[in-house]
Design a protein around this ligand. Structure first.
Ligand code: GA4
Length: 330
């Protein structure tokens, strides 16, 4: 057996097997949905049922809004380490480097994690490094929140849930818990010293706890998702689209009809990856339970009753890769 010595810089960062050895049915590709097209609601539900994942195209958010924020983020991550550290360490908000969460997860990345108040203002509690970055985040989040709301309306319509805003109003609620994160995955040249079948963890596999997450990245690959058969597939980058990720809370609200999707990011040896993700979470007091319209006659909910506040607290006690819904299943 050949034992590989891991370069010291990667000491606490796990390696993943990627690309996966072949097998299973081929991945037909990421479904693309234009939310304004006829049939969008059914296409969204179909994609969420099959993959828990799709991309929104023709979304109407001006490219300049995302480009401006990306440029601000790139400038921030290029600053001297001591200046970046002044906005950290992330606990959970603020600047973080390599450490993710509180329980020992590590990845080849640095990031800013910010809380967002309603009305798009970055929460006063978040340590934002500059006013220009704050303005760019506010403009971006204002636009992307609209995409998340349209997606949730399409989900309700596609599932036959009334009113149409039954889900989207959870995000519009003044007390909703919204988080924004920008991740910078620096190139990882050490990868070239590892075998082709091996990669370095950028962000370890996990599901998102919220309702939906809306992700936009630059043109660098790295995001992968787990298909329902457990196979990992790469997601081709598309800087003009928003990728939508079904979170655990939406899984519960739909009584498991839509499932949250496990995803991860692997490091790239040559190019930096920058991703910006808006996590649409409900208010802490919001009850997360299957919508009555989705329970057939006599059908029971699959999860015990909890609030978003309960779930978030439990999530922060977990490791990234844990199945956080399991303890809530009946
Ligand atoms: C995953 C989704 C979001 O990025 C996040 C992450 C959070 C963090 O980075 O602080 C968590 C992770 C995420 C789930 C389990 C806990 C909490 C890291 C971690 C190990 C901001 C979120 O809401 O949950």
């Amino acid at each position: 057996m050949v034992v590989l010595a891991k370069p010291p810089a990667l000491d606490q960062i796990s390696l993943v097997r990627s690309p996966e050895p072949g097998g299973g049915s081929p991945f037909p590709g990421v479904p693309a949905v234009d939310l304004c097209s006829p049939g969008a609601a059914l296409a969204v539900v179909d994609a969420c049922e099959r993959f828990g994942f799709f991309k929104v195209v023709n979304h109407g958010v001006p490219a300049g809004v995302a480009d401006m924020l990306e440029a601000e983020a790139v400038a921030f991550f290029a600053r001297p380490q001591a200046e970046k550290d002044a906005s950290g360490p992330a606990d959970p908000l603020g600047y973080g480097s390599k450490r993710i969460g509180r329980n020992g997860d590590m990845g080849w990345l640095e990031y800013l994690l910010l809380a967002v108040d309603q009305g798009s203002a970055v929460s006063k509690a978040s340590p934002v490094p500059s006013s220009s970055l704050r303005d760019a985040v506010n403009e971006y989040v204002g636009a992307v929140r609209g995409v998340a709301a349209s997606v949730l309306e399409a989900v309700a319509e596609g599932l036959g849930v009334a009113p149409r805003d039954a889900l989207s109003r959870m995000v519009a609620d003044a007390a909703s818990d919204q988080v924004f994160r920008v991740n910078h995955y620096p190139p990882c040249p050490l990868l070239q010293r590892l075998p082709d079948s091996c990669s370095v963890t950028g962000f370890g596999e996990h599901t998102d706890p919220q309702l939906v997450s809306v992700l936009r990245s630059n043109g660098t690959a790295g995001l992968q998702l787990a298909l329902r058969d457990g196979r990992w597939v790469p997601v081709p980058p598309d800087r003009n689209a928003f990728f939508v990720i079904v979170g655990d809370s939406l899984e519960v609200l739909t009584n498991g009809r839509l499932k949250s999707v496990r995803h991860r990011v692997v490091a790239n040896s040559l190019k930096p990856r920058v991703s910006m993700i808006y996590f649409a979470g409900p208010a802490p007091a919001q009850r997360i339970a299957p919508l009555p319209e989705l329970l057939g006659h006599g059908e029971q909910g699959l999860y015990r009753d909890f609030t978003w506040g309960d779930y978030k607290k439990a999530a922060y006690r977990s490791r990234l890769g844990d199945n956080r819904l399991d303890p809530f299943r009946i």
